[in-house]
Ligand binder design. Sequence first.
Ligand code: IPT
Length: 963
Amino acid sequence: MQLVPLHISALARLHDKNPPIFPRSFASSRSNNGLTQAVEWDEYSFFVLGNRTFIQSGEFHMWRLPVPSLWRDIVQKAKSAGLNTISVYFHWGLTNPHSGEVDLTGINDFQPFFDAAKEEGIWVIARPGPYINSETSTGGVPGHLRSNDTFYHDAWQDYWTGVIGLIAKNQVTQGGPIILLQIENEYYNGPGQNDRPVGVVVPTFVNDAGEFNNLVNDTDIYGFDAYPFSASNCGNADPTVWRDVATTWRSYFDATVPGQPHFFPEFQGGSADNWGSTGGYGTCRELVNTNFQRVFFHQLWASGVTAENFYMFYGGTTWAQLPYSQGYTSYDYGAPVNEQRQITAKHAELKLQSLFLRSFSDFYMTDLIEVDTTTVPSLYITHLQNPVQGSSFYIFRHNDATIKDSFVIATDFVFGSSTLRYSTASLLTWLDLSGSDMLVVYGYAGQSYEMAFELSGPVTLSAIGPTQIQGTATDPTFTLNFSLSPGRTLVHLTAADGKELAVLIADYDAATTLWQPTIAGDGNYANYIGVSASTPLLISGPYLVRNASLNGQQLALWGDVAETTTVNIFGPRALSSVEWNNVPLGNLTQTRQGTWQATISFSQPAVTLPDLGSATWRFRDSLPEIQPDFDGFAMIPANQMTTTSVFPPYYGAPWILYADQYGFHAGNLVWRGTFLHDSNTTAPTAVNVSASGALNFAASVWLNTHYLGPSDTRGRTNNNSFPVTEDLLLTGENHVVVLQDHMGGDLSGQDVCCTPGGRARDLQQPRGLQGYYLVGRDASAQFTGWTLAGNFMGERHPDTVRKIYNEGGLYGERKGWHLPGFDDSAWEERTPFEGLGQPGVGFFRTTFTLDLPQGYDIPLSFVFDSAVGHYRSQLYVNGWQMGKRIANIGPQSAFPVHEGVLDYHGENTVVLSLWALGNGTADTRIPSFKLVANGTYAGGVRGIATNNPDWDELRGKYGVSFD
Ligand code: IPT
């Protein structure tokens, strides 16, 4: 439901209640951390390089987009949304795969991101953890210390030194984009929040997990986060059910950190989803939608917030084994930019809000005048006023926030050389149109609005566009009244004294198509608003405008279109040429509204994708471990007898079968236990295992080559006794094989995070066998030993490009069957649609060549059949594990894979592992699997590099044989 614009008499009543009194006296209390004046703050806001700044930020995790040459795409999409900052988590586990190794290469090297941010004009908030939460395995804590949490402080020193070095050299004081550094994230076990990292001079801050007063004085600045709707499992939510808006934020900040800007290092921008949700991210997007953005983000403003970071701006993909125990592959998050990097309606709403903030700096410094809930019945109105300029902002919403709308009305302020008395239409931006001011406002089509300007004498009004405008001169005020029609209407006002003013009036949909790229100024921060860049253009039409440059009368634009597009440009009085993506637009004309108009033509290029349904696939069984003569390839003895885990084994002796103790922290695990049998020993009546792998894990158990069955009832630990008959036993050595998945580590959990001094128990949840025994046999006739396979070479994994979370311990993974360049020519021809025919594990490989048109951004996804089946499958694309499908839990069946992982101009290798847990036809095959395009955009960031090391490099070199 839309909030009807305020009737003007009500605005007058509000306004007259608290007439502007200004300038009020206020003592400047600007402070810094004593280390740098480049980033300072007072009680109103931060200052960057001396400029009062409203930090309007979005969260992006580069490691969730494992193609460094695409990072600039997200930066540009953030800049085009009007953001001035991006906040980033680092990932300790990726960076520090084993004790002593700090890997700052490839996807761990954020330098290309810092460079792109700097060039595009975006500040950066660095958040290296060490603990980050973030729905990634153990919140980013590497597996090598999960088993012994007491050494936490020592353990992060190497990582910390490494990333801090990278951060330090990219600080704003060094000419880089980093303005703030967060220390830790909601993990209060004392890893040195008080220690200023060596070389860091920008302010440090903490992110409290709510209004909990944690670590208030431990860093320079205190902030907390809020997720008014659930931060996880949004796919199960009812998107029509809303929660109320908190009204405690302002008073909490004032009481907790007086003198500091009100800073949300994270505010809900979408939501994470979990395995088994019913609606997936479609539901999340509906729940945390544009109405949510309007109501809740405006409530932040009403709370005096001038630094806000929306988590996430681009969620991306928690590929391979990066997810935590409950998260699936997609981290789309219902974010403004979706997982395929497409901009959504939430990007548009964020842009409307951000351009307002970027354009009207009076808003960076306001006092609360009052919260009024009575003047207009049922409305909750927060009146803010700039104490120096006297301008007022009234933030409107319903008292009942579940009526989903909110907007801001401004009064009494100056833009350029003009003065706005009031406007019931929302302000978007203003620009200097070659010497005269143009104010841009928007509202809902069909509703009535009123605006008044300070203009003396008789005023000439001309309006071009669909909306009928009425003007009334009451010297010295000129009032516009209109009922808004769809589209854009340009109003020209000329006062008696020659003063000219333009007002561009757009309905909501028309406003969302507007772009205001920056034009670079001079100096080191040429593209930064507030430092050097200007915004003399307003452009409508294209799907995306990334960038612009204006050279005299020559305009160059860069962006994306998905159809033939009419572009309209407000700005330069004279323009001799317009280029779009470096190609001159031939048909430049000037419209009655004075815009420069041209057509960007688009013709759908041929996008030829392979039909994976009819492709040649090659197959090989991937469970030789159940064979009596299995050679033990890449398995190690699991012979440790002690553990420091706070979760001790339930039973089973003497070996501790916890994978992390053996250096395996991700992906499938294969356990192989041996026991002896002959005519003199009692036959076991059952094999008992208690496998642990987090809520959605599965295990399959074999006795020799006989499948005993699955163990996946969606408990953290499943205790199963599988009956055994004597005919299944061999004379001599017998083997129990348990295949299970390691679903990623748990997060620290709220109970731990909010209890200072608490231990992160959940980080130590074991992945492995917490209990094992042969039922019917006494203690002396149990297992004689166990071996274990995890990812190839464990913490010393050889893949320095795709890193430690990429692979698990399936035989095919250990052998490198998922890698490009593996020679499968001797393999049987068989498709995943035919499948295994029985429970077990197999690998299916196919290759194809892509030759997609150059100069386009064409997001592609691999789509599994969504039918339910008792199987699990991993998708490997050119060696990158880009998806995990659990066909009896879901919800994900479509897996976006970006250019860069895919080679759009060369050969690609796609591999599916299929782990069939059930016996039915639906369980032992993948009914269908396709590659589809999600769109075709002429444009994109271009120059996308692939980096896909092959089998020779990652296996051949290590002496692994082809078979
Ligand atoms: C907040 C975390 O800081 C962030 O890393 C992420 O996990 C987010 O939750 C949920 O997606 S913690 C907040 C819910 C208290």
